[in-house]
Design a protein around this ligand. Sequence first.
Ligand code: TXA
Ligand code: MG
Length: 319
Amino acid sequence: MNIVNTTEENIKKAAEIIKNGGLVAFPTETVYGLGADALNPVAAAGIFEAKKRPFFDPLIVHIAEISHVEKIAEKPGPKVLKLMDRFWPGPLTIVLSKKDIVPDIVTSGIPTVAVRMPVHPAALALIRAAETPIAAPSANRFGCLSPTTAEHVSSQLGDSVDMILDGGPCSIGIESTIIKIMNNRFYLLRPGGIAPEEIEDFTGEILLSEPQGEKPEAPGQLPYHYSPEKQVILTDKITRIEERSGYLFFRSPDMSYPENRSKILSANGDLREAAANLFSHLHRLDMLDIDKIYVERVEGSGLGVAIMDRLKKASMKYI
Ligand code: TXA
Ligand code: MG
């Protein structure tokens, strides 16, 4: 498998692949992305094929300069510009009215496009070298656990990707927060790497839940997502140990536990550390010869909102 380091030379090669309509998996601060030229519909189709992703689920378009928003979307209003100034580059995706240059396959035919400027230097370097916005979903098979290392990508997508740029483990480890501003109201479409409170404090606006009656907009519409193969069972606190089960503790437990089939999100309950470890710990547990994974709930504020969103969806698979 073509896993390479993020050297300047490799980024140049990766950019050539993107320019020629190929697929490159690359690191971002949130999760690994599976990138293609966002303005080339055939290239974008390759993403759906490699991921086995349904065409009704639109892609996020990644840019490297705030000024490039205007290539793909109508000029945003002052409130949105302030948000971009404050949170870009970083794990915030903003849904904007799209321009015709963005192919329908990228947005699943809806009139908006989700735009994000990642902060990871390799991601920014790749977008700049490719000289085009890059459409990229998380680089996992549809519905499966998101990848936070190059190995996660190669084990799920293997040879269907032309190159995997290895930038080490993702620092944030959970996908971007997605918001949409409509008629001056702010909607949270997906909780993610920026805590909703942080956006509310900065804007002075309450983040509303998704507007009703719109086409599917965020992965929330699907009954399950981000799922390990094994059954995930959510619990407030793990209090007893069974055979053939794995355990994901939020903090260091005050009981004895089987270390070979347990993981701890953060010894002292730090939500940032917990988010960064979430998918990689679930990947590890999922690889064991067990039947179930018991997972402790985390507190539902700050980054805990995004963590609980992913855990609830992971646990829906068998319901
Ligand atoms: O952190 C991230 O956002 C990562 C990295 C690679 O940037 N990407 C990511 O992409 O999580 P993906 O495809 O796994 O999730 C993006 C979600 C889609 O499921 C879709 O529902 C939502 O973003 N989305 C995309 N375009 C949208 C639009 N125009 N309106 C509303 N939601 C949209
Ligand atoms: Mg995804």
